[in-house]
Design a protein around this ligand. Structure first.
Ligand code: NAG
Ligand code: NAG
Ligand code: NAG
Length: 981
């Protein structure tokens, strides 16, 4: 009740609001659940540890993964479980502590598949509540608090059915297509209780699991469940940790810890058609699991009341932080509030539930991943959730205190899946420069950053890239410390070089603030090391100068439009040189110089958005080099502000937002990445873009006529736009999106950027005048800061360019070989089909006694799948073939699983409704198959010398393979011995 009044009070203060609205009504939790978005549509509080929702698969022999548990379309419910993540890739985590209702005969074997198809009614999801209707007629309604959940089952009416609920401790979300990342059930126990009259049904116990996307060791969850109705209970034990053979059924009331599958069946007679169960979880003990459920969901709580309470939490704590009176476009409001909702499901606040160490510090888990989140999400946490944000940073530092390293990614109390840099450094720097102090111990925080910058993390021998740690810290640090660049001794060398530069800039920021001047200058110098990968003679699409891989003495020639497998062992991770070459956001002026000046830089940025330029791109994204679905491209549309073309930032960022974001199930450009995508579009709607690690915000163009952001206390930021005439049609060229003029806190403003202090620290006001045509309103203002650029920045390093044939040639050859293989198989398949059809027709004709002569027709070609199901790589290879031939070639290729490696932009399979979205744009473990293929190709064609680099060997290659002789070698401005040739 109190929270309801709070909601009303908040709504009441929204000046000018036509009517008090329940902002949660704009939240569509099914947004982003299809097309690889992988968002979680079940029930959760903001940052809730419990995420209660369905677990689904596509059938008994499912090969895909359901990352958040949910699947759209004609899928099967296999359980409803308490722990989930949202918007992840790689391989699922959790889907544990489940219940599965069944009706009909008494359950004879609880370990066989008890799956129920989706019924005729679609699932209904809203903040706080989830309702599933299954084909059996059972309706499941869910509600949850932060550490407990409530199940309400309505069984179909019958005079003879037994209604049962199976508690299977061995249930989890599998990854059948990614065995090495799949979770496993390792064991558990269960104790059941009931009164002699069948009342007081209860169960408690524990389950232990491991692995998942972060390759974690075993972890244990404790549970404590109650049923409100009277019935009977029997425990069961299987004969292994997998398989469906029952060993004991019924078993004793307590099944002590066993690695075999185990659980309990609760049964109710046909007259009990409504069954309610309350379940608590804990990572500490069953006692704590019981106290979690009894304190948060006391006996007798009904689903409707609990759902209303959780909905109020979303309204009070989250949605009311951004309000508007501009209710003209409901779709926009749905995008706004659904994005806020999905952005704040993760990380999970497990304060008081950390089994690894005891501490008075807060504890947040399920960070997927700071690589995804540092660009847009954490800066928005700061604005929208300042209390949580400070706790989150304290938690990162406490993890370092007790485990030695901060995470880049973390789940089930374990660091893992560090994709490139140690990006917690950027998050901490962002908080520090914006004045976040509170209870953060900044001396410890800085020490944690220094650990990242100076201590080589132990190698965890990740099969995806055994060259250095992928668990935490900077796995390629030895090269970075020894040379100031990263050779191919390490995977992802180019990506890591540019990210380590940004990380070192983050250390510079905090060191400067803490008065550590020696450290500050050292890290500022190191933050310029990205320049040592800049090959001024690398060329692409008429532009010169790109980040490239290198040896100790030479740049390795590469097409900046290719990234090999674009995966853990490759030079670039999930993005092209074109994209990473724009990622030194602390040193943009050097980048502009290296690129040939303002105009060339602007043209080069614009090339990112020209359709059809990305050879193995995605049709969904018009094959642009800009990849709206992955984080390395996030900042690129806004970089025009650095060269006086703020209008182009507006044009391209708005075009991307309009094209790729809708509040619909398929409305995200790929994995949500735990809300990273949603935070990108939220900044677009606000009309600002953060440069993490600096106080700078680049100015875009707000979407709504007014917006008020509550900043805590009585501070707020108000943003207005006038002369805007939005239409619901996003393609309308008369949209008033271009800034004509701006006032900041009532003063005219001519800069295309502002700082945190200008409008956030004490609140503020932005009043935009927008129009349908570009204007040069910010031409006279100072450009945004480029804090790592010297007054006279040195010219780029010149080194010979060598061709590394071993490593590169197979990648060029591979698509060609794959296509040849396809051609051969296409011929075989078509011939086989032709023969079959012909034979069948002959049989039919003879069976019918039809004497009519067989007409001279060819067998129809197999009908091709929709265009977007092809991998773009293959399409590009086939570009020059006649279209029909290409279609014919691709079909069998796909059937036989020969489709080439997943490109960085994979358009989502058209039949995503039935195929689990196993591979998506930014899926951290995408291209596993590729990686394996790569490995065999590598071992076949390469002696490994490129991985254990020998400078002599490279020098020899350099001498014999320099294509464009570059005899003039300039000393780098910051002479480091190994760079000299
Ligand atoms: C699943 O696989 C099993 C064993 O290979 C097979 O017997 C069964 O028919 C398959 N089921 C479906 C629905 O394809
Ligand atoms: C089941 O029977 C009850 C009592 O007759 C009735 O109120 C309810 O609507 C029925 N439910 C269904 C699903 O038919
Ligand atoms: C159940 O397992 C947990 C975790 O391993 C353990 O702490 C507990 O003592 C076990 N209980 C029983 C009854 O075996």
């Amino acid at each position: 009740m109190a929270s309801l009044f709070r909601t009303l009070a908040v709504l009441g203060t929204m000046a000018g609001m036509a009517e008090a609205v329940d902002l949660a009504s704009y939240v569509l939790p099914l947004t982003g659940t299809q097309a690889g978005g992988n968002t979680f549509p079940g029930v959760s509080e903001p940052f809730g540890m419990v995420k209660l929702g369905p677990d689904m698969d596509t059938g008994p022999n499912a090969t895909g993964s359901s990352y958040s548990g949910y699947l759209p379309g004609g899928a099967f419910f296999t359980g409803f479980s308490m722990l989930h993540e949202s918007g992840t890739g790689g391989a699922p985590k959790y889907g544990v502590v489940s219940q599965m209702p069944v009706t009909g005969a008494p359950v004879a074997n609880p370990l066989i598949r008890h799956a129920d198809a989706r019924g005729t009614s679609a699932d209904v999801a809203s903040p706080g509540s989830y309702k599933a209707t299954m084909a059996s007629g059972i309706v499941v309604e869910l509600a949850a608090s932060s550490r407990a959940g409530l199940y309400q089952y309505t069984f179909p009416n019958s005079t003879s059915n037994t209604n049962s609920v199976i508690v299977d401790v061995s249930h989890f979300l599998p990854a059948p297509d990614r065995a090495y990342l799949s979770q496993h059930y390792l064991g558990g126990n269960i104790t059941v209780l009931s009164n002699p009259d069948g009342s007081g049904l209860q169960y408690q116990g524990a389950g232990t699991y491991n692995n998942g996307w972060n390759l974690s060791p075993a972890w244990t969850v404790y549970f404590c469940g109650y049923f409100d109705e009277s019935g009977t209970v029997k425990t069961f034990v299987g004969s292994g940790s997998t398989g469906n053979t029952v060993n004991q059924f019924p078993a004793a009331n307590t099944v002590s810890t066993s690695t075999n599958r185990l659980g309990a069946i609760f049964s109710f007679n046909s007259s009990t058609t409504t069954v309610t169960s309350r379940v608590g979880v804990s990572f500490i003990s069953t006692t704590q699991a019981c106290s979690n459920v009894n304190s948060q969901i006391p006996a007798g709580t009904n689903q409707t009341a609990l759902a209303a309470q959780t909905r109020a939490a979303w309204n009070d704590q989250v949605l009311s932080k951004i309000t508007t009176t501009d209710t003209s476009n409901t779709t926009r409001l749905q995008l706004l509030y659904s994005s806020m909702y999905h952005m704040l499901l993760l990380p999970q606040n497990k304060t008081g539930e950390n089994p690894m160490w005891s501490s008075t510090e807060p504890y947040y888990d399920d960070i997927f991943t700071l690589w995804d989140l540092f660009r847009c999400t954490t800066a928005l946490f700061h604005v929208l959730q300042p209390t949580m944000y400070e706790e989150f940073i304290r938690s990162l530092v406490d993890i370092w205190r007790h485990e030695g390293f901060m995470p880049d990614a973390r789940s089930s109390f374990f660091n893992g899946a560090t994709q490139a840099g140690s990006n917690a450094d950027n998050v901490l720097a962002d908080a520090y420069v914006k004045g976040v102090r509170g209870n953060i111990n900044w001396d410890d925080a800085y020490a944690a950053m220094v650990t990242d910058a100076e201590t080589v993390p132990p190698n965890n021998n990740d099969p995806r890239d055994p060259s250095g740690s992928t668990k935490e810290g900077r796995g390629a640090l030895p090269d970075w410390l020894n040379f100031g660049y990263i050779t191919r001794s390490y995977g992802r060398s180019v990506t890591r070089a540019v990210e380590y530069s940004v990380n070192d800039f983050s250390l510079y920021q905090v060191a400067s603030g803490l008065g550590k001047t020696e450290d500050a200058s050292k890290y500022l110098e190191r933050s310029r090391n990205w320049r040592k990968h800049w090959n001024p003679s690398a060329k692409s699409l008429g532009f010169s100068g790109f980040l490239v891989p290198r040896t100790k003495s030479a740049f390795i020639q590469q097409d900046p439009l290719l990234c090999g497998g674009c995966y853990w062992k490759d030079d670039y991770y999930e993005a092209l040189s074109w994209e990473y070459s724009f990622n030194a956001h602390h040193d943009i002026n050097t980048l502009v110089n290296y690129s040939g000046g303002d105009t060339t830089f602007s043209d080069r940025l614009a090339m990112m958005f020209v359709p059809g330029q990305r050879p193995f791109g995605s049709a969904q994204f018009n094959n642009t080099i800009f990849n709206p679905g992955n984080e390395p491209s996030f900042t690129t549309p806004y970089l025009f502000n650095f060269v006086g073309r703020q209008d182009l930032s507006v044009q391209y960022s708005r075009a991307a937002a309009d094209a790729y974001y809708q509040p619909t199930p398929g409305g995200l450009p790929g994995n949500s990445d735990a809300g990273a995508m949603e935070s990108w579009v939220l900044w677009s709607m606000i009309g600002l873009y953060p440069i993490t690690g600096q106080t700078t915000f680049l100015i875009g163009s707000p979407w709504l006529s007014d917006l008020t952001i509550s900043l805590g206390g009585d501070k707020s930021l108000t943003i207005t736009t006038t002369n805007s005439s939005y239409t619901s049609s996003s393609s309308s060229s008369s949209q008033s999106i271009y800034v004509q003029s701006l006032q900041v806190n009532g003063q005219p403003w001519s800069k295309s950027w502002l700082t945190y202090n200008d409008i956030f620290a004490n609140g503020g006001r932005l009043d935009f005048v927008l129009g349908p045509n570009p204007s040069n309103w910010s031409a006279a203002g100072l450009p945004p800061p480029s804090p790592a650029t010297e007054a006279n920045s040195p010219p780029p390093l010149v080194l010979p360019s060598i061709v590394d044939r071993d490593r590169f040639s197979w990648r060029v050859a591979r698509p060609v070989l794959a296509t040849l293989a396809s051609a051969v198989s296409a011929t075989l398949v078509i011939s086989a089909m032709y023969l079959c059809l012909r034979r069948r027709r002959l049989q039919l004709l003879s069976a019918n006694g039809d004497q009519e002569q067989l007409p001279e027709v060819e067998a129809p070609p197999p009908s091709p799948p929709p265009l977007q199901t092809f991998t773009k790589k293959s399409l590009a290879v086939l570009k020059r073939l006649p279209r029909k031939a290409a279609l014919l070639l691709m079909w069998p290729k796909r059937l036989l699983g020969l489709a080439g490696p997943k490109p960085t932009n994979v358009s989502v399979e058209a039949d995503a409704s039935v195929v689990a979205p196993a591979d998506t744009t930014k899926d951290t473990a995408k291209q596993t198959a590729t990686a394996i293929a790569v490995k065999s190709a590598d071992s076949a064609s390469d002696t490994g010398s490129d991985l254990t680099e020998s400078s002599d060997n490279d020098a020899a290659k350099a001498a014999s393979q320099v294509e464009a002789p570059a005899p003039v070698v300039l000393k780098p401005s910051t002479p480091t011995g190994p760079d000299a040739v």
